[in-house]
Each structure stands twice: as structure tokens, then as C-alpha cells.
Write a protein that binds this ligand. Structure first.
Ligand code: 13P
Ligand code: SF4
Length: 362
């Protein structure tokens, strides 16, 4: 029998038929020879999703072959949380980090939530514990606690309401209004808190946490990018330090940055955020040139096609949350979801002279 190299590599006629329509989505990023190596895994994942009634929630920081070729729902943390609450699928595979999978489990306790790597953590989520929040509440009685979704279920359970970078300003103003105060505790990202404080009249207490990806960008980086790329449009994530946002043309969540590029079609753009985001937005906007200095999130990069396939084949790793903690955390997440959608994700624009009043730590 003649040797069939395609069949030996797994890139069979059947795989080709199942994946040919997907290749144009990533062609500008993935060369053909590489595609033929990964297409069998993509085909198998998409078959298993149908067999197991599973959906893949893919965060904007996933690599393009995951984001475009196997992700069913794509977006920022807020969009993924909303969809986890709504999906009819029985199994959710979280192509994102552990706190996102916990949020899905909190919102859909009757579903099986899988994460391809239990090691996919987050420097913000690991910066604070439930006990830390209890101490903060003792230190600031009566002050509402707003928690960034980048936290564990145990931390969410101690708080009044959650927020994401899409709605942080709206949520903080709402929490202060409800509590009849002019102060909120917004934890654990000190930079997000500073950026929110700069946009509101609120006094903001925060925590000494930071995103290990975004805290590394500096205002000098932005000035150098502008000097080397005249006319470039600079978009930054609000987990960056305020000095970075001050140098940017626009700041917003991952979804807000993506929408900005889609709507404005700048000639030349740089996204001050995690690396894969630029790849994904560039593939969807072929007319826009991207400058690509970026920092990798080592946690997000633990999610791979092979890991997703393994999760679907074996049911590993199932994410569970203690039902008592989950019930309390759900209230905080649900209060956020129940707020009117911010519509277009909020843009961060600083008012001069406002800052957090305190950065707390253990
Ligand atoms: P978004 O909510 O903007 O998607 O951000 C999540 C995140 O982890 C950013 O580092
Ligand atoms: Fe956490 Fe930062 Fe990675 Fe987002 S990019 S998951 S905030 S470490």
C-alpha cells in the first residue's frame, strides 16, 4: 500500500474537510505547515464539544488557534461571566485562568466546569485572601467592598459586589450610592483602583496587588514607542499604572480595546497589554498595522490546544467551589451582572488630582 504522509501526520481528508473553513481565520498568523500539524487536534476538539454538549469560553488573551478555531464564546472577563450564566451547554471548558473558571462555576453550579491547567493562576488573585478582606472590613466599617473578578471565590464571598475592568467605575459609584458613602474599598489591583479613583469623586481604599503583566509597562515605554512609530495610536489596559494611561490615547478593558480598533480602524496601533491580544485583534482587522511590544501572561499561556483536548477527553481538571462559599460569592457576582450592561465598555479618562486614599497590605 502506498505511504500516505497526510494520513500518517493525522491531516487526513476528513480533518481537512472539518477544518478548511477555519484556516482563513488564522492564515495571516499560522503558516500552512504548522496548520496541518494542529488541524487534527482542532477537529477532534470540535467533535468532542458536540458529543459532550460542551462550550469553550475563550478569553481575549488566548492564542489565535484557540481563540478563533475552538472558542465558542470569546471576550473579556465580563462577557465570559455573562455567557457562563446563560449557556445551555452541560460542560464549560474555560480557556482562561483559574479565577475565570471559578466565576463560571459560581454562576453555573449545576454545570461541569473544566480548566485545562490548574496552574493557570493570576498574580492579582493570589495577592489577597478572604481573611485579608475580613480585616479590611474591620478597618473600614460600613465602607462597601468592591472586588475585581480577578480574585478567588473565597475573596468574592467576603465582598459586596464584583467588578471587571469593563465596569469598575460604574460598579464603584453604584456601591457607594447604595451604601450612602463617599468611599469604596476596591481590591486587589492598586493600579485599577488608582485609575478608577482618577475618574470619580470617590475616595478609594485599595490593596497592594498588581497584575504581573501590566505593572511592567512604563510611561517611558510609551514615549519610546511613539518616537519610533510616529502617528501610532496607543491603547492601554486599566491594570497598567496611571502614568501609562496618561500617555495613552485610550484605555479600557480587553473588549474595549478590541472594539476601539474595530470601530476606529487606526492606521497603526499598539495594544499595551498581553501579547496574544494583538494577534487576535490583528487577524480580525487586516487593514490595521500593529506595533507589538507586549508582555506574556505565563498563566494564560498554560492553556494550550492539547490541554483543551485532554480536558474534553478525560474530564480533567474539574473546578469545584465549596457550595457555601459559592452561594456567597454568587451574590457578589450576580449583583454586578444585574447592573445595566455598560454598553460600550467604559473608557478610562482621568480627572486631574484624584488618587486612592490608602493602599492596604497584610
Ligand atoms: P479583561 O476583563 O479586560 O478581559 O481583563 C482580564 C485580565 O485578566 C486582564 O489582565
Ligand atoms: Fe492575572 Fe495579569 Fe495574567 Fe490577567 S494578565 S490573568 S491580571 S496575571
Amino acid at each position: 500500500m502506498a505511504y500516505d504522509a497526510d494520513a500518517a501526520s493525522g491531516y487526513t481528508d476528513e480533518v481537512r474537510a472539518k477544518t478548511d473553513h477555519l484556516y482563513p481565520l488564522v492564515e495571516a498568523k499560522i503558516p500552512r505547515f504548522e496548520w496541518e500539524l494542529i488541524a487534527p487536534t482542532i477537529a477532534r476538539i470540535n467533535d468532542l464539544k458536540a458529543e459532550k454538549n460542551a462550550v469553550i469560553l475563550a478569553h481575549n488573551y488566548m492564542t489565535p488557534e484557540i481563540f478563533a478555531c475552538v472558542g465558542d464564546i470569546r471576550g473579556d472577563s465580563l462577557q465570559l461571566a455573562r455567557e457562563a450564566a446563560k449557556t445551555d451547554a452541560q460542560v464549560i471548558v474555560q480557556a482562561g485562568v483559574h479565577f475565570m473558571a471559578e466565576t463560571s462555576k459560581i454562576l453555573a453550579p449545576e454545570k461541569t466546569v473544566l480548566i485545562p491547567s490548574m496552574e493557570a493562576g493570576c498574580s492579582l488573585a493570589s495577592s489577597i485572601t478572604g481573611a485579608d478582606v475580613r480585616l479590611l472590613k474591620q478597618r473600614y466599617p460600613g465602607v462597601p467592598v468592591v472586588t475585581y473578578v480577578n480574585t478567588t471565590a473565597e475573596v468574592k464571598a467576603e465582598t459586596d459586589i464584583c467588578c471587571t475592568s469593563s465596569n469598575a467605575v460604574q460598579v464603584c459609584e453604584h456601591a457607594a450610592r447604595e451604601a450612602g458613602t463617599d468611599t469604596v474599598i476596591l481590591i486587589p489591583d492598586q493600579f485599577l483602583a488608582r485609575n478608577v479613583a482618577a475618574m470619580t469623586d470617590l475616595k478609594v481604599v485599595t490593596w497592594a496587588g498588581a497584575c504581573e503583566v501590566h505593572e511592567r509597562f512604563t510611561a517611558e515605554d510609551i514615549r519610546e514607542i511613539r518616537a519610533g512609530n510616529p502617528g501610532v495610536t496607543v491603547l492601554a489596559h486599566p491594570e497598567c499604572p496611571p502614568e501609562v494611561l496618561a500617555e495613552a490615547d485610550f484605555a479600557g478593558s480587553t473588549a474595549a480595546m478590541s472594539n476601539y480598533v474595530k470601530d476606529e480602524q487606526p492606521k497603526n496601533v499598539v495594544l499595551i497589554t498581553e501579547c496574544s491580544m494583538s494577534d487576535n485583534v490583528a487577524l480580525e482587522n487586516p487593514g490595521v498595522d500593529f506595533v507589538r511590544p507586549c508582555n506574556l501572561c505565563p498563566h494564560m499561556k498554560r492553556i494550550t490546544l492539547e490541554g483543551i483536548l485532554h480536558s474534553l477527553e478525560t474530564g480533567e481538571h474539574e473546578v469545584t467551589v465549596d457550595p457555601v462559599i459559592a452561594a456567597r460569592a454568587r451574590e457578589a457576582v450576580q449583583r454586578m451582572i444585574d447592573l445595566p450592561s455598560p454598553g460600550a465598555p467604559a473608557r478610562f479618562e482621568a480627572k486631574a488630582g484624584r488618587d486612592v486614599i490608602s493602599v492596604e497590605h497584610r
